[in-house]
Ligand binder design. Sequence first.
Ligand code: SF4
Ligand code: SF4
Ligand code: SF4
Length: 459
Amino acid sequence: MRRMSSSIVQGHFIRPTDHETPKTIGFIQCVGSRSEKRGNRYCSNICCMNTIKDSVLLKDHYPDIDIKVFYMDIRAFGKAFEDLFRRSKEAGVKYIRGLPGEVVEDPKTKNLIISVENTTTGEVEQHELDMLVLSVGVLPRQDGATIQKLLTLSRTADGFFMESHPKLKPVDAPTKGVFFAGCAEFPKDVKDSVTQAGAASARAEIILNADRIKVEAITSMVDKDMCTACEICYRACPYKCIEVDREKKMPAEIIEAACAGCGTCGAECPFGAVTMRHFTDDQIISQIEAILEEDPEEKTVVFACNWCSYQGADFAGISRLQYPPNQRIIRTMCSGRVDEEFVLYAFKLGAPIVLVSGCHFADCHYIDANRWTQKRVEKLWDKLEKMGIRPERLQLEWISAAEGQKFAKVMRELEEMRKKVTKEEIEFTKKALKDLKFKKEKRLAKLTADRAKAEKAAV
Ligand code: SF4
Ligand code: SF4
Ligand code: SF4
């Protein structure tokens, strides 16, 4: 932010270079903010009101000072903000709609001359100023990546920390026991920061005062006999709440108090060693079987994550949006839970099209579990292609809870795709996948064979 405080000396507002009180001051708004090409895309939230407040203070102390504010639009949305804006204009501050394109210094007077297109009049104007103040955008802290790694947090593309849910958990981090206040999460003024700090401390109090902490009902557990300590689940877990040691062959153990229940470990474990409570492989496989029991060629299997895509479907429903009735939804908590075996099994049973859908990247309820979904689906596309199965039959879509329209549109598009899948393609796919064995079956078979071998050797 600009440092106007350096221009206040012994209670007087001065120009630092010559210690004179400037007669004309220009403020340029949105410097480095709200720009696709230069600086940040976001609005820094506080600079409009800072400029307005500064202009009122300056006019109170120096009524003859000439103040011009160059802006795109003024964001004065808080309580009494509009009144302060009105006061500033009534005090004589001139608001000129347009951002200056050029600033040069007059070699004689040392004043600054700025050129600006006044977008209200359409005229290009020049203004001579004694002093220019830039409303520079707010940036996230540079050490955010270190804190993110230490606390397994998530950050937006802009570099601010991401809250667990923008509406329902606005001060909670996705990692339990971590809360946000102030500009850690996004640029905020003092009032919003104090409000958020109050909410964050209240949320923390709940944990500190609890005799017992409730853990999620939906968590993962590991069958230690099946586990090979490969560490893949540890790498995939967005919360790093799995203890495993490959060198010591120490099987994986889930720290249940920290497990959020995304199911990514279950989908990534190559040996079927992870069981996801309430969303077990058997439960999901039974749903696939039930959906495709009759007329599978007329059905599209849709895996939808609980927080975004499933809610998007709900929103499409309550908005009475029309789409064909051929889709059958299987809900998982996160798209990260959708094991490649579920997709292949659906194809094996005759599904013409399968959709995997989840939250947009920045919205993932489980930090970045949907990044694993994307990697998995990309690998599956390659796998299908190698097997001679059209990869387009597996679709991946990010649909948020607010995107009922998008959900309906995707469903209509899927139906068009489904109609183009031929009976021959479906039969070919069934044959190609007829020997598909679940990883759990394979691991159990290996364990049984190893045990039999060991027993034989012992005899
Ligand atoms: S608060 Fe005002 S000056 Fe600051 S980025 Fe937003 S619109 Fe621009
Ligand atoms: S369910 Fe998700 S949060 Fe829990 S251990 Fe597995 S990957 Fe980690
Ligand atoms: S991915 Fe599976 S086999 Fe590998 S360590 Fe984790 S639970 Fe064990």
